[in-house]
Design a protein around this ligand. Structure first.
Ligand SMILES: Cc1cc2nc3c(=O)[nH]c(=O)nc-3n(C[C@H](O)[C@H](O)[C@H](O)COP(=O)(O)O)c2cc1C
Length: 212
C-alpha cells in the first residue's frame, strides 16, 4: 500500500536532479512487462530527450507544462492501429516472440479472430481497434509509474495535449509511423520539488460491489 500512496501525479519537479538513463531503462522495462491482450504488446515508447522536440510539443501539450518546467524525462506512449487478426504484426508476435509453431498458431489465431470480430466487436470501425490497443497501453503506463515509485522517482501521467497536433510534430520529425501507430498518452519522470499530495478518493464502498 505504501508504494501506491507514494505514487502521485507530481506537479512540480526539481530542476537540479534528473532521472538517470539506467533508472529510466528500469522504468521502461516495467512497461515492457505489462500484460496485453493475447500478449500482442500493442505499444511503443518514445523517450523524448531532445529539447527542440519538447519545445515543439509544448504549445500543444498543456498537461506537460509542469513537467517541462522541471528536469524531467518525457515518454510518449504510442499504441498500434490496424492490429486486425490478419495483420502481419500479429503473426510476427505469435511466431517470433511467443515461439508458437504452426499447429498452435492456427487455433490461437481463430480465437483471436473470433474475439476481435464477435466478442468485442472491434472490426466494424478502425477507432474501436485503436481504442482497444490504447486501453492496453495505459496498463504499461501504470506499470511504469509504479516502477518509478519503487525507485523513489516521481511521475506525472499526461493526457493534457492535442492529439492531432502532437502527431503532426512527431510526423514532421519522422518519429512516428502513422500507418501503424497513433499517440496514446505521455508520462514524465523526475524528482518532486513539493510534498506528496495525500490521496483523495471515494470510499471503497462507493466503488466496489461485492457479489456473494
Ligand atoms: C490518464 C491520465 C491523464 C492525466 N493527465 C494529466 C495531465 O495532463 N496533467 C497533469 O498534471 N496531470 C494529469 N493526470 C493526473 C491526475 O490529475 C491525477 O492522477 C489524479 O488527480 C489523481 O491524483 P494522484 O495521481 O496524485 O493520486 C492524469 C492522470 C491520468 C490517469
Amino acid at each position: 500500500m505504501s508504494l501506491l500512496n507514494r505514487r502521485y501525479a507530481c506537479k512540480k519537479f526539481k530542476k537540479d536532479q534528473s532521472v538517470k538513463d539506467e533508472e529510466l531503462l528500469q522504468i521502461l522495462k516495467a512497461g515492457r512487462l505489462a500484460p496485453s491482450s493475447f500478449g500482442m504488446e500493442p505499444w511503443k515508447m518514445l523517450v523524448v530527450d531532445n529539447d527542440k522536440i519538447k519545445s515543439e510539443l509544448y504549445p500543444y501539450a498543456w498537461g506537460f507544462h509542469n513537467s517541462f518546467n522541471g528536469n524531467t524525462r518525457l515518454v510518449i506512449i504510442l499504441n498500434r492501429i490496424n492490429m486486425n487478426y490478419d495483420d502481419p504484426y500479429v503473426m510476427h508476435i505469435m511466431k517470433d516472440v511467443q515461439g508458437l509453431d504452426q499447429d498452435m498458431i492456427k487455433p490461437r489465431l481463430d480465437r483471436f479472430k473470433k474475439f476481435q470480430s464477435e466478442d468485442f466487436n472491434l472490426l466494424d470501425n478502425n477507432r474501436y481497434l485503436s481504442d482497444w490497443t490504447g486501453k492496453q497501453s495505459y496498463i504499461a503506463l501504470a506499470f511504469m509509474m509504479m516502477m518509478a515509485a519503487a525507485l523513489d522517482i516521481d511521475s506525472c501521467p499526461i493526457e493534457g495535449f492535442n492529439k492531432e497536433k502532437v502527431i503532426e510534430v512527431l510526423v514532421s520529425n519522422k518519429l512516428i509511423d502513422t500507418d501503424h501507430y497513433t499517440v496514446s498518452v505521455m508520462v514524465s519522470f523526475g524528482h518532486k520539488d513539493e510534498d506528496i499530495r495525500p490521496k483523495k478518493r471515494q470510499l471503497i464502498s462507493s466503488v466496489v460491489d461485492w457479489i456473494r
